[in-house]
Design a binder for this molecule. Structure first.
Ligand SMILES: CC(C)(COP(=O)(O)OP(=O)(O)OC[C@H]1O[C@@H](n2cnc3c(N)ncnc32)[C@H](O)[C@@H]1OP(=O)(O)O)[C@@H](O)C(=O)NCCC(=O)NCCS
Length: 190
């Protein structure tokens, strides 16, 4: 019964996403849907690139687990729009009807209100990544729009994320999609 309910909600989510994407002609060639188990390896490869870039921003603050692929596979196996963990992928149709390629992903999580740093209920965007040659075409914005739609449907008050101080491109992206820089993480090496 619970499984049937989850499937129905998932189907509605995918259908709404497809309608949303198709309605915007400037983004008609992109589609966003919840990640499926078969996407895990492709997402993990992108996550490795993302984590490697973070080592260049601050090698002391960030680390790259050797087994990042299995870490992501396990993490993604728990993602489901009906749960607190959401993983979405952006797909682009290949020319000539040759299928679709996965050009970006995001992972976000819904957290309840908590007294830590006086935090109301929010959705935290853990990762967002778009392939280099698909950037500045609106894919990142489309992924964030879908996360925001999911977050609103769950009654969250904010979207939130952490961005490496030296990741100036992503900081500009988040400002462009209506995030504000609300707090500063401070880290001390020991
Ligand atoms: C950040 C990232 C996801 C943006 O994706 P994208 O598909 O290129 O973003 P969009 O095309 O949807 O851009 C949305 C807005 O952000 C702006 N923007 C995106 N990247 C930008 C950059 N590097 N510098 C300045 N503005 C940028 C766009 O100009 C656009 O603004 P507009 O709508 O006012 O014209 C992508 O650059 C990326 O994958 N970066 C590497 C991964 C990363 O650092 N992720 C964040 C930390 S987890």
């Amino acid at each position: 019964m619970l499984e049937a309910l989850r499937s129905a909600r998932l189907l509605r989510f995918v259908t709404e996403n497809r309608m949303h994407s198709a309605a915007d002609t400037s983004r008609a060639s992109f589609e966003v849907r919840p990640a499926q188990p078969q996407d895990a390896d492709t997402i993990a490869a992108k996550a490795r690139t993302l984590a490697t870039a973070h080592l260049t921003y601050d090698p002391s603050r960030f680390y790259l687990p050797d087994d990042i692929e299995s870490v992501y596979r396990e993490w993604l196996s728990r993602a489901d729009p009906a749960s607190d963990l959401l993983a979405l992928v952006a797909l682009q149709a290949q020319p000539g009807g040759a299928g679709e390629s996965l050009i970006g992903y995001t992972i976000a999580e819904h957290f309840a209100a908590a007294p830590h740093f006086w935090s109301p209920a929010h959705v935290f965007v853990h990762d967002i990544c778009v392939d280099w040659d698909s950037r500045t075409a609106g894919v990142g914005r489309l992924l964030i729009d879908h996360v925001a739609q999911w977050a609103r449907s769950r009654g969250a008050m904010h979207l939130r994320g952490l961005v490496a101080a030296r990741n100036t491109g992503a900081r500009r992206f988040f400002r462009a999609v209506s995030f504000r820089e609300a707090a500063v993480e401070v880290t001390r090496d020991l």
